[in-house]
Each structure stands twice: as C-alpha cells, then as structure tokens.
Write a protein that binds this ligand. Structure first.
Ligand code: SAH
Length: 448
C-alpha cells in the first residue's frame, strides 16, 4: 500500500481535495483545504492521480458530520461532510475561477444563493437495480467512474416519497421474481426505476425502465405497487433494449394514470412527461427563474426568444412580461408538453418549435427576424459556434444565459464577448451537497 503524507491546499472544480505530497498532486474526495494527513494512492486516470483518505491529523473547521453515512462510498454527494456555508463559497469561487481560466475574464460573481434546508430537494430520482445472493433486490447509485451499484437505503437529497416507492419495488420485485438487468450479459428485465415527484401538487410518477416489452404479471405488479404506495398518480413502462448508458428508451407504455404529472412553478401549472426535462430542484428553480427574469429587464414591447426551452418553463414565466415568446427545443415530447402547458394556462403569446436551437437560430438570422431578449439554457455541453454566430447576427439587446456548467458558460461568454458585455453573474445552488452549480449570466449588446 502506497501511503502519502501531505496537505490539502484547495478544492478542484469537481469538489475533490487537491492534495500535495512530495511535490506531487493527488485528487482526494472528501478532503478539504487546510487538512493534513495520510492518503492512500488509489488510481491514475487521464494523467491525474487520485487518492483516498487514510488518516487525518488536522481537520478543517468546515468539516461536519455527514447525514448520509455512505456518502464516501456512493460518490453522489462529495460535500455532505462540508458545511453548507463552505459549499456556497466554493460554488461562488468555482464560477469565478472558470471565467478566469477558460474565458480569461476577471469576473466578480454575486454570492451563490443557497437553500434554507439543503436536503431532500431532488424531485427526480433514477436508480439502477441489482440482486444480492439471497435474491433480494437492491438499488442505488453507480460508484463514481464505474458501473458497480452502491446500494442506497435512504438518500438525503431526494424527495422523501422516493424511498417508499423504491422500497416497495425492491420488496415486490422479489415476490414477482423480477430480474434486474445485467449490463454485461444483457440479461434480466428491470433496468432502472425513475421517479418524478411534484413539489406543489400531490402527484408522483414512476417509470419502470425495462429491457423488453413483455412484462409478466404486469397488472398485478401495478396493483400491488399502488397498494403499497397509494400516492403514486401515474406509472409508465419505458422499454430500453439497447446496450447503452442512456437510461430511457424510445418506446413507452402508460400502465396507470395519465402518463404525466403536473407541478406548479412560479404560479404556472406544468404537465411533465417521462422524457421531458424538468429542473430537479423545484424550490431553487423559482429562485433561478426569478433572477433570470429580473436580469432580462423585459418590457411589454419585447420579442423574447427561449432557446433550449424544455417544457417551456422560462418562456412561459417570461410571457406575461413581454410582447411574445418564440421557444425552441429538440425533444418532441417536451415540445408537446410545452404546447399543452401554454394552452392549459391560457398563454397565447408563445409559440413552440421542435428543432435544433442552432439550426433554428441560423434560419432566424438569415430571415433577419427580430429578437429583443434571448434566454438560453443549454445542456451541460453548452451552445455551439453556429448558434453563437447566429445570436450575434440576431443581436438581441440582452442575453440571459442560464447554465448548469460554468466551464461551458465561460467558453460561450468569451465567444460572445466581441459583441456583448457581461453585466452580471449570479450562481444559484440547485444541487446542494454536490459540486455542481447553476449560474445566470446577463449580457448586454455593446454600443457600436
Ligand atoms: N429551459 C428549460 C430546459 C433546460 S435543459 C428548463 O429550465 O426547464 C436543456 C434543454 O435543451 C433540454 O430540454 C434538452 O432537451 C434541450 N436541448 C438539448 N440539445 C438541444 C438542441 N441542440 N437544440 C434545442 N434544444 C436542445
């Protein structure tokens, strides 16, 4: 065993301790700046070395007792052992650092806005299943960088209703002889269980992701699950027979209820189906959208564009503050939800298009269409140059960029920098206990 002595000098952007020993750097999960002690070398990947704490001689004043006793093994929450104040400080600094490193810009983000109770916030839970030697089913998270399931009994960041459902599936699964899917062999039936719980309505969706359509004792299983968890309002079977890391497959079959749940966000009601994106922290989503709308300084004359619009949440919230909204999203199920949502809420100044945001905006720019304010909320990989070039041509007077990855945000803002001045950067803690951070950046068109 290779044990090293040294000190932790910083946190990496992934939230791992940056540990220095004999001139070498190691990344150590669960170690915090100022801590000193022994670390065991664990593995090397892509030129970086990783270690595991053996013994701490000096402990950070920010270290706390984690609520979750398996947080070190699970790897989902790298910050369960770090005070919440220190988590928020890390996130503010992380955003600043990414702008410095990637955009070469000196930016002063506002302090990251946190939650009053940073636990049990996640409304979306997805877990793979396995079976132990006694034939009992278990579920959990993949250990970081592997496909080994770390069994989880109680997850302290998830909506509390999820545990009841997962416990029921484990119990019933054994009785109904449901075989968990085995990735290596491609055998077995139950791949994942996905749960979506509404915050403001008593509605819960369960998606059983299975490797094939044929579901022995389907209706009895559904009945038994509903008996154990009467609060479930819809159950969907999603069939994913492909050998892939992607959780959901194409085909879907509604086994119970309407096939979607409804939730309320910023006073607007939203229908959400299994494949549609919906922010995972409903409390902080309202804070996030509040900041985005505030930054947009909308007027009743403004034509607003909502790029990467999901089920239309940001555009719908903006719609009452502006002339009209054009929204584009690539997932057809999400666009269908969005159209229903607009109709249901009586919002008639918004139109939804199912398309690639870049292709759509290039066409808009060619047609010299008018956009006054652009909201963009791309996935983690950010936007692309085609899209950013089209934005520069469309020249909206303000851009509100909502991002779940500050590194791609910084890259895209640097690209827009020739035409846009960065006005404000507001991190929001959508993902407490983890190293992830959401950011609202506001850019203003430079005067010629
Ligand atoms: N603004 C929404 C969704 C943000 S998530 C909300 O706050 O809920 C990002 C969204 O971008 C997802 O719905 C995803 O399906 C969509 N998306 C991903 N790539 C896209 C592309 N190339 N063009 C348009 N939409 C895309």
């Amino acid at each position: 065993m290779h044990v090293l002595h040294g000190i932790c000098v910083d946190l990496s952007h992934e939230g791992k301790g940056v540990f220095k020993s004999e001139g070498e750097t190691y990344f150590v999960p669960g170690m915090f700046p100022g801590e000193e002690g022994d670390v065991e070398f664990a593995y090397a990947r892509a030129g970086a070395k990783f270690g595991k704490i053996k013994k701490l001689d000096k402990v950070s004043p920010d270290r706390i007792d984690p609520r979750c006793k398996i947080c070190s093994a699970c790897g989902g929450c790298c910050f369960q052992q770090l005070s919440y104040k220190a988590q928020l400080d890390f996130k503010t600094k992380k955003v600043k650092e990414q702008f410095r490193k990637i955009a070469k810009m000196d930016v002063e983000p506002k302090p990251c806005i946190g939650m009053d109770n940073p636990y049990f916030y996640r409304n979306k839970i997805q877990m793979p299943f396995g079976k132990d030697q006694k034939g009992n089913l278990y579920c959990g998270f993949y250990k970081e960088g592997t496909h080994v399931i770390v069994p989880v009994e109680t997850c302290f960041i998830e909506d509390e209703r999820a545990k009841k459902i997962l416990d029921a599936v484990k119990k019933l699964g054994k009785g109904f002889r449901i075989e968990p899917y085995n990735e290596d062999e491609g055998s077995g039936f139950l791949r994942h269980v996905l749960i979506r719980a509404a915050k403001h309505k008593e509605q819960v969706m369960v998606v059983l992701v299975t490797s094939r359509e044929a579901f022995p004792s389907r209706s009895n299983f559904v009945k038994a699950l509903l008996k154990e968890c009467p609060f479930i309002t819809t159950i969907v079977q999603n069939i994913n027979s492909r050998h892939t890391n992607v959780i959901l497959g194409e085909a879907e079959r509604v086994l119970y209820g309407p096939g979607y749940i409804e939730d309320i966000l910023c006073g607007i009601s939203f229908k959400i189906s299994a494949k549609s994106f919906y922010q995972v922290n409903p409390i902080m989503t309202e804070v996030l959208y509040g900041k985005a709308i505030e930054a947009a300084e909308l007027t009743k004359e403004d034509v607003v564009f909502d790029a990467y619009s999901g089920i239309g949440t940001i555009g719908m919230v903006a719609s009452s503050h502006c002339k009209n909204v054009i929204a584009v999203e690539i997932v057809k199920e999400a666009v269908a939800d969005a159209r229903k949502n607009a109709k249901f809420n009586g919002v008639d100044n918004i139109s939804f298009y199912c398309d690639d945001a870049s292709a759509f905006m290039v066409r808009m720019a060619q047609n010299k269409e008018r956009v006054d304010v652009l909201f963009m909320d791309p996935p983690r990989k950010g936007s692309d140059q085609k899209c950013l070039d089209a934005i520069c041509k469309l020249a909206p007077k303000r851009i509100v960029y909502v991002s779940c990855d500050p590194s791609t945000l910084a890259r895209d803002v640097a690209y827009l920098n020739k035409k846009y001045k960065l006005q404000s950067v507001q991190p929001v803690d959508m993902f407490p206990q983890t190293s992830h951070v959401e950011t609202v950046a506001c850019l203003r068109l430079k005067e010629r």
